[in-house]
Design a protein around this ligand. Structure first.
Ligand code: ADP
Ligand code: MG
Length: 218
């Protein structure tokens, strides 16, 4: 099973209408400062590569970075920390930080019997702890996507709670259709994938941004 590098997955899913943060890649920390110019702050710096499946656990994600210079320093620190643990990065991704919102996972796995199954859930990094997910066989229709969101125990979060605005459900539904709908990402991947995951899609009152994208080939 071959993991596809995060920047390549993000570039590819844009073709399906999925919004991803503006960003640039750099082969080494020395190139990060130049790559970061022209991007709006705050920035996020990530190291990527086959050693880095759960990047935050590996110290390979830095949020709230204030300048291109600081981004380069963050990348250099990451490289050193990874090397100390015998791991290495293939490269660095510097991207714009999305505004906070409700973090949702949109993913797909291929069941050996039933074929591709789309999953949506609340929680971002807490998904596994919350176990609040809805599943459908692919391809899904728009009504399926909306019904899946209504099945979530935590759906009230999508409607706004404790003074927070509700999220743009239409934008989230569009992401779900881009992944699991007819002619969507899963459809295009066919037999060529084991696992596809956008975790999280950050959903705000005005749009949904896929800030992490993982594709495990067949
Ligand atoms: P991993 O899941 O491999 O640990 P992520 O790329 O998902 O790494 O980053 C970890 C967390 O950092 C995300 O769950 C999200 O909360 C936050 N994050 C990552 N990239 C961005 C971004 N561009 N904008 C805002 N938040 C981000
Ligand atoms: Mg993630």
């Amino acid at each position: 099973m071959t993991p596809v590098p995060e920047p390549a997955v993000k570039a590819w899913i844009r073709e399906f209408g999925v919004t991803v943060p503006r960003g640039a890649t750099a082969p080494s920390p020395e190139d990060v400062e130049a790559a970061a110019r022209g991007l709006a702050h705050p920035l996020v710096v990530k190291a990527y590569g086959p050693d880095l499946v759960h990047k935050s656990d590996a110290g390979a994600v830095r949020l709230n970075v204030g300048s291109p210079r600081a981004a380069a320093e963050a990348a250099a620190e990451m490289r050193a920390a990874l090397a100390a643990r015998g791991a290495a990065a293939d490269g660095f991704l510097v991207e714009e930080q999305a505004a906070p919102g409700v973090e949702v996972i949109v993913g797909a796995v291929r069941d050996p019997v039933f074929g591709p199954v789309l999953l949506v859930g609340l929680g971002g990094v807490w998904t596994e702890a919350l176990r609040d997910t809805a599943l459908r066989l692919c391809p899904i229709a728009e009504a399926d996507a909306r019904a899946m969101l209504d099945e979530l125990r935590g759906r009230a979060l999508l409607d706004g709670a404790r003074g927070r605005p509700g999220v743009d459900r239409d934008a989230l539904v569009e992401v779900m259709l881009a992944v699991g709908g007819p002619d969507g990402i899963v459809d295009r991947l066919g037999e060529g994938f084991t696992e596809f995951e956008l975790n999280p899609v950050i959903c705000g009152p005005d749009g949904a941004v896929a800030v992490d994208a993982r594709l495990l080939g067949a």
